[in-house]
Every structure is written in structure tokens, then in C-alpha cells.
Design a protein around this ligand. Sequence first.
Ligand SMILES: Cc1ncc(COP(=O)(O)O)c(C=O)c1O
Length: 378
Amino acid sequence: MTFEPYPFEKLNTLLAPLTPNKALEASVLTIGEPQFETPAFIQEALSSSSSELKKYPKTAGEAYLNEAMRTFVTKRFGVSLQSSELIPSFGTREVLFNFPQFLLHDVENAEMAFTNPFYQIYEGAAIASRAKMHFLNLNEKNGFKPEVDERVLAKCDLVILNFPNNPTAACLSLEELGQWVKLALKHDFVLLNDECYSEIYTDKKPASLLEASIAVGNTDFSKVLVINSISKRSSAPGLRSGFIAGDAKILTSYMKYRTYIGAASPLPLQRAAAAAWLDEEHVAVSRKIYKRNFELAQEILGCTVPEATFYIWLKVDDAIETTKRLYSEYNVKVLPGEYLARTDEHGENPGIGYIRIALVENETKTKEALLRIKEVLK
Ligand SMILES: Cc1ncc(COP(=O)(O)O)c(C=O)c1O
């Protein structure tokens, strides 16, 4: 199998022959990158520690960063972790790509399942691991929640969930996550939930797979892992701070593997990241903005306000045509859903007929963009 071009590359190819309506200011709603300043206290923590660049950073990260992340997990999810149950990472993309390769490197005929549509790194990791892929389709029929096929799960070595979900914005309850933990234990697969959007919620706080693991009695997180990131939470995707947490036995040998990767975070970045993980006030400010953006989408496009993320997964008649018209007539860029999904063995591509709109701008720009989208959907 070969690596697929990234969704943004496919979009560039689609739009290249078109000319945008230059009379209107460009509106880019494609990438999940918050368009807000990284809070000043985070930037200050970074600049005031630049003299620490003279040192090589350790793979395991500094103890203060590991502790700051565990403090976040305790405050947010009521779960207390040992330091061996968490590894700081250089953002989460690198983990999502190399963790499957670590886990599956000596597994013959490895099999891996993940939600579909998906963050494309999961697929890249499966290809790099030479693992057979199974798609857990998220569609209107199943309420964008993965259906359980125990015959498939029994063959899997690794299952990646992503709730709150990019791009559908669906969430799983504590009980639903608990069912997945039970399945992982029953069928002996490693279960990883990508929780990058857990902090971008409207009202109800999304549950973590770690909480669910405890709730079903799996208190040592056997077979269970989560990843989380500061990129969306703190409007700091450039800081590259994330973590993987859960099963200490798996993490201890993954730590050994990580010494070869060379993804240790520079010390000034670790200082800034620790400050960010320990603060909650700035996150509450961002949440208000995203909630307001969702309310605008409800008012203007009539869609329901999702529980979390900043994505609108909008059903349209023809996603490719809608994307092209939005660009040429209104200078708005969105992503066709089919670029984020794959066709499964039954011929279903759950991304077809949807566009993903990333509401990562301020209220004024968001409103303007949504009004233009409404014009095209008329
Ligand atoms: C679902 C999901 N997981 C992981 C990531 C990676 O985030 P980062 O590497 O910035 O932590 C993203 C980024 O867009 C994402 O959407």
C-alpha cells in the first residue's frame, strides 16, 4: 500500500484550476488550527527560558512537565496517574504515527481498526506497520458512533477511536467508552482513544477513556491508552506538546522505542507547555468563542450545536461541487468529507455527501463565512 496524499493536497488539486472571487476576503475553514494568539503567559514562559537551548532534551521529558500533564488529567478527569503511566510527546501526530509501528513491529499479520472518517495519520501508521485496516464507519445511521463487530475486533491488535471526533464532532459517553474497554480486554487488543478535542466542548465535559477504564474496574489501564494535545486546547499547535497515557507496561517498552525516534521536546518548549497544561482560565476563554461559533452555525445554517470540537460536519447534495462553488463564488475554503474517509469493503465511503467546516476564526469572520456558505446551499 502506498501513502495517500494529505486531504489538503487533494483540495489544492481540486481548486487549482479555479479562480476565487477576489472581491471577497479569503476565508479558510479547512485546517483545524485555532486562529487566535497563543496566550501571552505561554509565550513568556517560552522566551524567558531560551537560554536552556544549550542542553539536549531527554526523551522522557522533564519531571515537571510529566507532573503538569498528570495534574491536568487529575483536575479534568479525576484520574490520578503514576509518572510511568504518562509520556510527554512532541505533539500527538508523531505518537499516532509511530506508536502503532512500535506496537505492531513484531506482530505477524497485524490488524488495526479505526474510525472512518479519520485523522489521516492513523492510516499512514497502518500502512507503515503493514497492518490490515478495518474501518469503523461513522455515519448518520449509527449516530456517528462506531458499531461493534466482534468477529473483526477479535482479529485486531490495535483499535484507534477518536472521541470527541474529528470531523463528525460526535462524542461517546462514559458508559459507551466503558463498553469499548471491556471489548479490548475480552478480545485482547490495545485500545487507544485520541482525545485531542476533549477540551473544546460546549457545555458537557466529554469523558476520557481513562475514566471509563476505571469505571469498569480496569484500574491499571491494562490495554488502554489515550493521547491528548495542547494544540487545540491552548491555541498553540506550534508548541508541539502532547502526551500518551495509560497502560504502564506498554508505555515502559514504548519509552525504550522512543529513545530512537529523536522527538524529544526542546527545554524552552517544555517550560511553556508545562505552564499551559497547568492553566485552565485561557481554555475557558477559547471554549466561549467556539461555542458562540457553533451557535452562529445553528442560527445561519440550521445545524445542531455539537457537544465538542470546532467542526461542523455538514450534509450537502454534492460536496465536491459545493466546495468548488464556495471557493470560486465566495472565496471560502472548506474540505470535502470524502477526502477524510475511505471506501470500506462494502463500498461505503461515509465522507461522501459531507463537507467539514472548521470554525476556528473569531465571531465576525465566522459569521461572514457562514452567511456565504448559506448562499451556496440555497
Ligand atoms: C484528531 C486529531 N488527532 C491528532 C491531531 C494532532 O495534533 P497535534 O500533533 O498538534 O497534537 C489532530 C490535529 O489536527 C487531530 O485533528
